[in-house]
Design a protein around this ligand. Structure first.
Ligand code: SF4
Ligand code: SF4
Length: 344
């Protein structure tokens, strides 16, 4: 009963979306030109954090960058769209694209990079799943413009002739990269953590890239690598937010009432957040077994929210516990609204 009510709250503004990624006809293997694979790095609708994240690997980034040929990386070196257009198809070995697809320009650049590259990597949660920006799919773009810029605002092309700088129009919804081009690899995270960036570059530089499609993260759930203790008879009698308690330093956060997405999220980050006392928010994306992260977490919660005694008289109290969840969409789909939910 409780699970159903929570699901209804989620469905108030969004509905499930079905995707059909088609990882067919994979191109030829990566060629190392003079020992150096050619790479491109580009951001679409991005906060910039993914571009900065390469520094997470520390001094090793100097070694990595010395062993690749950077063909196109606007955040690092001046490069124009015309430079990319001038390249022959398939010239770039690997294009790492971060950010959500939110404008027509985002879509065009993703398609251009796809054409010029043997392999495309969705780098970071926005490119992988839509990311935090895709939570905006709860509202239509007209409502977003009205709320942010006020009534009467009209987006237009900056080159529409009147010489005034304006904002580009938005696509109808914020999309993960796989909605507009074929994606071969994913380096997940918001931004990707150092161990997964290292895994990707180790594979690239050794010439031993896995068969696509492939996600550079663990298949098993984060709980498997979390240092916190889980008890067999665990149950949740109240839901709390991180600022409301000082959690026990050793016990599973979910048992303490904090909604931790660890049971349904891929591992690979060494459980940095739960180890530091913050619940996992799911940035590496769901495990293959979990599938839709919200549905899987809802199911897990429905079995965990219970009291010592059972019976119909406890149903209402269980409902109250679940009602305390302040933001079901932002909690269960913080990074994946673009992939798993969409506006009705
Ligand atoms: S995945 Fe996170 S760090 Fe990367 S662009 Fe999106 S919001 Fe920024
Ligand atoms: S704290 Fe989170 S990641 Fe760690 S065991 Fe509990 S649910 Fe799993």
């Amino acid at each position: 009963m409780s699970e159903k009510r929570l699901e209804n709250r989620l469905n108030q503004n969004t509905s499930p979306i079905i995707h059909a990624p088609s990882p067919s006809d994979h191109p030829s293997p990566i060629t190392h030109h003079g020992g150096k694979p050619r790479i491109a790095v580009y951001w679409t609708g991005s906060c910039g954090g993914c571009d900065v994240s390469f520094l997470e690997v520390g001094e090793a980034i100097v070694e990595v960058l010395s062993r690749v040929e950077i063909v196109f990386w606007p955040a690092l070196a001046d490069a124009k769209r015309s430079d990319l257009e001038a390249l022959p198809p398939g010239y770039i070995d690997v294009a790492l694209i971060n950010g959500v697809i939110r404008t027509e320009e985002n879509r065009e650049m993703a398609e251009l990079l796809r054409e010029k590259s043997k392999y495309v990597v969705a780098y970071g949660a926005c490119a992988h799943l839509g990311g935090i920006p895709s939570l905006a799919n709860k509202w239509g773009k007209e409502e977003i413009f009205r709320t942010v810029f006020g009534p009467g605002f009209r987006p237009a092309s900056p080159l529409d002739g009147n010489g005034e700088a304006t904002l580009p129009d938005l696509t109808e919804r914020a999309m993960p990269l796989e909605d507009v081009v074929r994606v071969d690899y994913v380096v997940p995270g918001c931004p990707p953590p150092a161990p997964l960036i290292a895994r990707f570059f180790e594979a690239l530089l050794s010439g031993e890239m896995p068969e696509p499609p492939y996600v550079f993260a663990n298949v098993k759930a984060l709980c498997e690598e979390c240092p916190r203790v889980r008890h067999d008879d665990r149950r949740i009698e109240r839901i709390v937010r991180p600022h409301e308690i000082v959690p026990d330093p050793e016990v599973c956060l979910l048992e303490q009432g904090l909604i931790c997405m660890g049971p349904v999220t891929r591992g690979g980050c060494n459980a940095l957040c739960p180890a530091a006392g913050m619940p996992c928010t799911g940035c590496l994306g769901p495990t293959p077994e979990a599938g839709d992260p919200g549905a899987a977490m809802l199911s897990a919660l429905a079995s965990l929210v219970r009291f010592e005694d059972e019976g119909e008289e406890y149903f209402a109290r269980e409902d109250e516990v679940l009602e305390a969840l302040a933001d079901p969409l932002g909690t269960f789909y913080m990074y994946s609204t673009g992939k798993y939910r969409r506006k009705r």
